[in-house]
Write a protein that binds this ligand. Structure first.
Ligand code: FAD
Length: 505
């Protein structure tokens, strides 16, 4: 996205450094499984997101597979001639700032390939190192005795043959758990236990659709209400979920969790039919064919799938010479931004579960200060600061709230930047709705819902005569929720304006 945006704004004088042999990133080349699909909708997940004329490919599925996304990245790079700008199989090993970058200084990069090394000089460096590197691992006592199959649920390491007829214990409750509940249903597992310390909220597909399609971010209470329609099937009260912090009259709600919302419907179906059971707890030890939890519960299973999240790149702080951030600029250097927001949610209003629109704002801002670095100097000291913690290996990853606080300051100070960001914001709802009109999208979700019920029956995971649970979202209830949401936002706006008028502003 960054490279495409630089070209679009007339900058041609850059190179792309990449350890892999092609575009797609660690995310899609290494972390994703062959069964991974985009969880958010394709409409806003396009490398040319910032080009108003370019939309998601029509022949791509709504939730494209890993391979389809890789093809999209490579095709986009080819279209823009980015292959010629890329140095693949090249590792950035060291970054040194020589002199004052705003007064004739430069950045010196030490690079290595498999059989050579070189240095490269540049005047600015936009780092997009990613936040997923290695899977977090836990080794429980008794694993030799267990006798079953233990695997990570990511990094394409699953032997799918082992899932058939198996009783699978998935550990953790993030995005890969959501994906692997689907995979286990598809691969005919008999039973799925999800053992987790925190039952994070998962995002129903129509809620993801709703927030991405909203021109103005949707207030938390309406998002909770939309979640509740699905969670009612499981008897879970979302309002009293630890992720939700609402005021007494529920007119405001902040949702906070350490993973993004895994977007899914099949997880809810599998839980509804008790093919999947979520258990709050922690594994203490394993014994033959059993998982023992710390609270004394025992689960019989023959597969354990670890979905515990990922570590960031533990070498990147040292490579870049990280001492502190001001905003997301390393050591306060206007020409050295880093794109590395942590996974997770902390929001009062929701404009989407897809990351691309958020990246877009940072990309525009990075370019703005590459064009006008002197402007950065004027605001640098006002930006939120984050200093290196030597006990932590990935200081380069910052919280979403850090981005938000930085953006608020920058937009207040630079109206021209704010205007460009405002225009880019409009692209989200426009592109999303163009790719996924309500009726078409709802129809697709409904068909998929029925398809999975049939699949579970065909696989013998649920009885052939099990009742068909209804999809909780309809055109009517979605439109009604949207209308109430619009009215509430309008009332809030009018209240604010009248308060301002009374204060004489
Ligand atoms: C399985 C999975 C599914 C996801 N699904 C969604 C989704 O549905 N919707 C959504 O919005 N987001 C999703 N995400 C989030 C996803 O990570 C981002 O959307 C995006 O792909 C991140 O891209 P990136 O380029 O920032 O990072 P990465 O993909 O991690 O790429 C970083 C690149 O930097 C290179 N690099 C790092 N250090 C060096 C170095 N020293 N020298 C040379 N090269 C280096 C790496 O080789 C890597 O290729 C998903 C993530 C995962 C893991």
């Amino acid at each position: 996205m960054t490279a495409v945006d630089l070209l679009r704004s007339g900058r041609n004088d850059f190179v792309v450094l990449e350890r892999y042999e092609a575009f797609g990133g660690t995310t899609w080349r290494d972390v994703a499984n062959e069964t991974t699909k985009l969880q958010t909708e394709k409409g806003t997940y396009v490398p040319e997101y910032l080009d108003p004329e370019v939309h998601a490919q029509e022949d791509q599925k709504t939730w494209p597979s890993r391979d389809s996304i890789l093809d999209m990245c490579v095709a986009c790079a080819e279209k823009h001639g980015l292959e010629d700008k890329a140095k693949f199989n090249t590792s950035l090993e060291k970054v040194e700032v020589k002199g004052d970058l705003l007064a004739g200084g430069h950045i010196e990069l030490s690079l290595t390939t498999e059989d050579s090394s070189e240095t490269l000089k540049c005047s600015a460096m936009i780092s997009c190192p990613g936040v997923f590197y290695n899977p977090i691992d836990v080794k429980w006592p008794g694993r030799e005795e267990f006798g079953g199959y233990i695997t990570h649920g990511s990094y394409d390491s699953i032997n799918y043959d082992k899932l058939k007829d198996a009783s699978v214990c998935i550990v953790g409750h993030g995005g890969f758990t959501i994906e692997n509940v689907r995979t286990c249903v598809e691969r005919k597992s008999k039973k799925i236990y999800v053992v987790c310390r925190h039952r994070h909220l998962a995002g129903p597909k129509m809620v993801s659709w709703m927030v991405s399609g909203a021109a103005i971010p949707i207030p938390g209470p309406f998002v909770v209400e939309a979640f509740q329609m699905m969670y009612d099937l499981l008897g879970v009260d979302v309002w009293s979920h630890p992720v939700v912090n609402a005021n007494a009259d529920r007119s405001s709600a902040v949702l906070t969790q350490t993973t993004t919302f895994g977007v899914t419907d099949i997880y809810f179906l599998a839980c509804y039919y008790k093919v999947c059971e979520v258990i709050n707890g922690e594994i203490d030890k394993l014994s033959k064919g059993k998982v023992h939890l710390k609270d004394g519960q025992e689960l019989e299973c023959n597969v354990i799938m670890k979905c515990l999240g990922s570590h960031g790149a533990t070498d990147f702080d040292d490579i870049i010479g990280f001492k502190f951030y001001q905003g997301w600029w390393v050591n306060g250097e206007a020409l050295m931004p880093v794109m590395a927001p942590a996974k997770g949610v902390q929001a009062k209003n929701f404009g989407g579960f897809s990351l691309a629109p958020g990246y877009a704002g940072q990309i525009i801002t990075n370019r703005y200060f590459i064009d006008y670095p002197d402007k950065f100097v004027g605001v640098r000291d006002w930006l939120p600061k984050q200093t290196r913690d030597d006990h932590y290996e990935c200081n380069y990853i910052y919280k979403g709230a850090h981005v938000l606080a930085t953006m608020v300051i920058l937009q207040t100070q630079f109206p021209d930047l704010a205007a460009e960001l405002g225009e880019a914001d409009k692209l989200k709802a426009y592109k999303h709705i163009k790719a996924h009109p309500l009726e078409k999208h709802l129809d697709e979700c409904l068909k998929e819902w029925k398809m999975y019920i049939k699949m579970m029956k065909d696989h013998g995971q649920i009885p052939a005569d099990a009742e068909e649970v209804e999809y909780p979202y309809t055109k009517e209830n979605i439109m009604q929720l949207d209308q109430r949401c619009q009215e509430a936002m309008k009332a809030e706006w009018e209240k604010m304006m009248s308060k301002k008028a009374k204060a004489g502003k």
